[in-house]
Design a protein around this ligand. Structure first.
Ligand SMILES: [Fe+2]
Length: 272
């Protein structure tokens, strides 16, 4: 089968798989629909990133697309069984997604070694940092799926904060009460570009601040340009309270992206 035919068939199977988590005779729950939209958005963003980055040869496009398609495949099971997308209250959704991909989705013509690389990139897409021990041949795919995921979440967040996509109940399920103020200690961690533990986040503002810290884990210049050109961090800043610390966080975060967008090596001090 041609690669485009394999893509179409897998996309169809994926949609059927997602659909199977809706209660019989009912529409899928809204969080499932949002995850499905997110998945296909990550697929499109992945294509954009890898086509714009010379480190990826054309034979990498299909494995990269697979990483995007399957990175969150366990989310449907997670929401059905735990009514949350919080891994700390359910399971590690990266690890479970890799397991589901390997167990339930055959990919005609995909060599076993490539299949393992896709599963690894899926497994590690949600970890605070990629482990130093990760095999070098997995790194580009693992980095690309993390970038595509972040870009899609940024789009979703900015949409949500302009006009809420989630009901209050769903927002609580995500573990984020929408109360005033923010945690200064958490902002300081994001300023240093270090990952923030979910347990530190007390409200939606803390979550928004955490997202600024992601700028130290953006890997490709295409991704940085996307975030800058869409002014996603400018928008996100406008949804946070007045604060000199948060102004500084915005400047430092955008500075990291500018360095990456211009293709300059991001100094170690700016990355973390
Ligand atoms: Fe994910």
């Amino acid at each position: 089968m041609e690669e485009s035919g394999v893509r179409q068939a897998l996309e169809l199977r994926f949609r059927e798989y997602a659909r199977s988590f809706a209660p019989p005779g009912e529409e899928p729950p809204r969080p499932n629909t949002l995850k499905l939209e997110h998945t296909f958005d990550v697929c499109a963003l992945m294509d954009r990133i890898i086509c714009g980055e010379p480190v990826f040869a054309p034979e990498q496009y299909f494995p990269a697309w697979l990483c995007a398609l399957f990175h969150d495949v366990s989310r449907f099971e997670q929401y059905r069984d735990y009514r949350t997308f919080r891994d700390d209250k359910s399971f590690d959704h990266g690890k479970r997604s890799a397991e589901i991909f390997l167990r339930d989705f055959a990919v005609p013509g995909l060599p076993a070694e490539e299949r393992r690389r896709v599963a690894s990139a899926v497994e590690f897409h949600n970890k605070p940092k990629l482990p130093d021990s990760l095999a070098p041949e997995i790194l580009p795919l693992a980095r690309a799926v993390r970038d595509a995921d972040k870009l899609s979440i940024m789009k979703l967040l900015n949409r949500h904060f302009k006009r809420p996509l989630f009901s209050r109940e769903e927002a609580v399920n995500l573990g984020m009460p929408d109360t005033p103020g923010f945690t200064e200690e958490l902002a300081a961690i994001a300023l240093r570009g270090e990952p923030v533990k979910h347990s530190m986040m007390k409200n939606v503002n803390d979550f928004k601040i955490t997202v600024f810290g992601w700028t130290s884990d953006v890997n490709f210049s295409v991704s940085a340009r996307f975030l800058l050109e869409g002014n996603y961090y400018g928008e996100l800043r406008s949804f946070l309270p007045e604060s000199a610390l948060l102004d500084e966080l915005y400047e430092v975060s955008v500075g990291r992206l500018r360095i990456l967008a211009e293709g300059r090596e991001v100094p170690e001090s700016c990355r973390s």
